[in-house]
Write a protein that binds this ligand. Sequence first.
Ligand SMILES: Nc1ncnc2c1ncn2[C@@H]1O[C@H](COP(=O)(O)OP(=O)(O)OP(=O)(O)O)[C@@H](O)[C@H]1O
Ligand SMILES: [Mg+2]
Length: 355
Amino acid sequence: MSGTSLDGVDAALVEITAEKCRLIHAVFQPFDSELRHELLTLNQAGHNELLRSAITGNALATRYASAVQALLQETRLSASSISAIGCHGQTIRHRPDLGFTLQIGNAALLAELTGISVIADFRSRDIAAGGQGAPLVPAFHAATFQTKQHNRVIVNIGGISNLTWLPAAGDVTGFDCGPGNLLLDGWTQQHLGSPFDRDGAWAASGKLIPEFLQRMLEYPYFSAPPPKSTGRDMFHLEWLQTFLSSHYAPEDVQATLLELSAQVIANDMRRHCQETDEVYLCGGGGRNTSLRRRLAELLAPIPLTLTDELGIGTDWVEATAFAWLAYQTLHGLPGNLPEVTGAQGPRVLGAIYHA
Ligand SMILES: Nc1ncnc2c1ncn2[C@@H]1O[C@H](COP(=O)(O)OP(=O)(O)OP(=O)(O)O)[C@@H](O)[C@H]1O
Ligand SMILES: [Mg+2]
């Protein structure tokens, strides 16, 4: 898994049967700044982007293969003992409104490099069936975390944040809330030259700018009804620029962006998740202590804890989900939830590149 934060590759080794899904081991390998920069650039139209995305797709396949090799070495397993790799790829465009989404990563090369079957391109079938192609993790959350005892919400804060509503009885819903880490990361890179604001310390040194927050919150995506999904196509530093004023101090902007990330999630929960008993957080944003604290305050008295309590560490939920989605594909089972993505029906997702 490599998500919209562009931080690197999460690889999870997962044992899956019809009854259970067990995370055995996981590794993270960060992207170097050159690759991160190229991926960021490819998210927008640019010179010779077709060639550059193909070359970068090959580079990604070698990074994914290296993460898989590390996982095999650390667990002393051979490639032949692995059923398949579920490979999300790197999103460089997500335009369900235009009928497509594009994840690069050369799955064919990954199969050659590892000798393991690869399942990739999970999102496009759902879009072809009229859906958003995202989020796909709610089906996994439902299969793994739903219980008849409690109304649960799973919140993932990656580059984009998304939530899954798992009621004790009734339909699962889920959608992308809005910017999670990506604006916080982009602003930190621009002003401090580092890829993210560790523990939200810089944000904590600034003051909220209420009118700036208010104007961002009025952006139509936040109040649009689900199904909905978003990405870097919508939220980027140029988007932010349209709300900025030159007299704002950079740390105050960061504090306000953190408040935006927290509020869009809390507002969505208030609108769409009635009578929630418990909220579980995952994704890299769960490590941002300032963001986590602020979200907990906004949600109180509903308890906010990490998915570690449910048996899968915050950093590995997304990667584990794509292993589960690969399992579904291999067994001819659907991976989407039409009530989440808006697709016409359940679909078997992805393409298989046999070893
Ligand atoms: N200690 C930390 N303090 C603050 N932020 C952190 C910390 N650790 C990680 N992060 C944030 O988490 C991000 C990585 O999160 P994650 O890998 O979940 O996002 P992603 O790759 O976009 O995933 P996905 O799209 O699958 O949800 C980093 O870019 C950074 O913003
Ligand atoms: Mg990541």
